[in-house]
Design a protein around this ligand. Sequence first.
Ligand code: ADE
Ligand code: ZN
Length: 337
Amino acid sequence: MALMDRAAFIQGLPKAELHLHVEGSLEPAMMLDLAGRNGVELPYADIAEARAAYEFSNLQDFLDLYYAGTRVLCASSDFLALADACFRRVGADNVTHLECFVDPQAHLSRGVRFHDLMQGLKEAVRQAAGRGLEVSLILCFLRHLSEREAFRMLEDAAPYHGDFIGVGLDSSELGHPPSKFRHVFAAARELGFRLTAHAGEEGPAEYVWEALDVLGVERIDHGNRALEDDALVARLRRDQVPLTLCPLSNLKLRVVPDLRAHPLKRMLDLGLLVTVNSDDPAYFGGYVNDNFACVAQALDLGETELAAIAANSFKAAFQATGGPADPLPALGRPAAP
Ligand code: ADE
Ligand code: ZN
């Protein structure tokens, strides 16, 4: 497919985005602006210096900059500005449903009040709905911290439990297996949250097994290294466990040496339910359409495969209306007046 045709085709596909960290959408311009307003020192003098620093050898390298960037987010208006810019950009890619990760522990530890974080995010969610983008929030536990701290955050979030559709697990993977969080995931399940976890990004296939069997998650964020274990592949195929893949993230964090080595096509051919997502778009060079375009080019994906991946995103969503998997239009829901 010619490049322009492919870009137009991808733009035309309705999509759900299921793996995006709102803090990872913080563009250098906004970071510098908020740093100035909030009196936060940054190691970059300008946008070019910030961008030049976005060269990563691994996940931890990136996380160090990601957490440094979050320090500029202080007031509810900062979180509103961040999320509003993010949701506008997501919507521009013909995404109709977003399930968006939030890392409250990165903010509470700096003295930000949960109330301020949520006031900003909820207002941005409300405004996005008015533009036709439905946003559900996912509360993430930072896995480099303890399970006790995860419980404390879940308790602090109690007034806002109704504002989150699920819980997730992110941050430094190696050395922090999913099983470390078995009790807090059990508590979250009891509270009615949907469950997901990052696993198999840098960590071994064993971490994907643990996420499934110990935490009981419904989908896996990344899951690249699942391909190292045939029995795990069979399990993921049998149960059609969604994998939220993030090609440009994998390239920037050197999970793959080159997008031509990305496992997406092998996974599709194995019958796995894969989706394409952007992870931390301000740091990795693109939102969901850029991820589709780059991986399609590298793996020579055709229209049928791209449409299947986009349709998968609605199948994999915790909650989505209006996408191709929504049964209501097929049942004859009356058109909106
Ligand atoms: N937090 C933000 N982006 C992440 C990623 N790619 N992996 C783990 N934690 C993250
Ligand atoms: Zn992620």
